[in-house]
Design a protein around this ligand. Structure first.
Ligand code: SF4
Ligand code: SF4
Length: 308
């Protein structure tokens, strides 16, 4: 006979599936012992560049019980964003995760629905939802919960569906049945390290965020250092190279979330169109997309950097 912990865990996982999440795994909410020295070393080596927010809340980032009082479990969820259609080959590129509506809104709604389900179905459960938010080490939690392993490019990946998905969490005060890690299947492969246009993967499993194209094109507010000129491989917002070359992404399957579909014009635009892009077109094509984060002038800066 199933005990309550197992029953609740199964019901939560079934509801996560019904809501459209790719998978759901659970870990005990506790201090992330293994990640603590790694995060500290990464920050001490300034691999966060100007992303100073990563230095904040160090204790809370490593211990969910400090972030959400009384929490017992971290429920990790994956949501697929791999698109059926891609930008045309003659275009400057944006990362596939940013094609459609900003994932924060899409996932937050689903997480809220899952939390309400738990509260209706199980009882008085308190918790908080997190989507790509600075205080939670989402990849570490997803790996701990058996949803995949962290590859040499430092993304979470699986043998079944590769790595093109968002990661989100519910941190709740309910005891659940916890999942075990899966094995690392990177083996002797070094495809991501070899293909990175800026050599940002300085050693297996270590990405120097301050050299990554995603950082330069999205996070960096100042001018992009000229030393990186000609190295961006036409990426104007984010970069998917290390994921695109990963052999496990042969198994990526298109998402079925209409909100992640791109504006048709985004797929049709060429480099010339981007070069001449107006603020009106920017607003239309990226109406609800995460690309809005760079603002029109930020994207123009990136395009100019690619052209000059
Ligand atoms: S996202 Fe691009 S620049 Fe960053 S580590 Fe991967 S391949 Fe390198
Ligand atoms: S490209 Fe190879 S080394 Fe890199 S994450 Fe994928 S399997 Fe691992």
């Amino acid at each position: 006979m199933l005990d309550n912990k197992s029953k609740y865990t199964q019901r939560i996982k079934a509801e996560a599936k019904r809501l459209g999440f790719l998978s759901c795994g659970v870990s005990k909410a506790q201090f992330l012992e293994e990640e603590a020295p790694r995060l500290e070393k990464w920050l001490n080596n300034n691999m966060n560049g100007e992303m100073r927010y990563m230095e904040n809340h160090f204790d809370k980032r490593l211990d969910p019980t400090k972030l959400v009082e009384g929490s017992k479990s971290v429920v990790s969820l994956l949501l697929n964003y791999y698109p059926e259609e891609k930008q045309n080959d003659t275009s400057f590129k944006i990362s596939k995760y940013a094609y459609g509506t900003d994932y924060h809104f899409v996932i937050k709604d689903k997480l809220k629905s899952l939390l309400h389900f738990i509260q209706d179905d199980i009882g008085e459960v308190e918790g908080r939802a997190f989507v790509d938010s600075a205080p939670v080490l989402d990849k570490a939690w997803a790996a701990k919960s058996g949803l995949g392993w962290i590859g040499k490019h430092s993304n979470l990946l699986t043998q079944q569906v590769g790595s093109f998905y968002f990661i989100a969490e519910l941190i709740i005060d309910l005891d659940l049945e916890y999942d075990a890690r899966v094995t690392d299947h990177c083996g002797t492969c070094t495809a991501c390290i070899d293909a990175c246009p800026t050599q940002a993967i300085t050693e297996p499993y270590v990405v120097d965020g301050s050299k990554c194209i995603s950082y330069f094109t999205i996070e960096l507010k100042e001018n992009i250092p000229t030393a990186f000129k000609g190295k961006f491989d036409d990426w104007m917002f984010g970069c998917d190279v290390c994921q695109d070359v990963c052999p496990w992404n042969r198994f990526s399957k298109p998402h079925n979330e209409p909100l992640f579909n791109p504006h048709p014009e985004l797929l049709a635009m060429s480099k010339k169109d981007w070069d001449e892009v107006t603020e009106d077109t920017f607003k239309k094509v990226f109406k609800k997309s995460p690309v809005k984060r760079t603002k029109f002038l930020g994207l123009k800066r990136n395009i100019n950097f690619l052209k000059e």
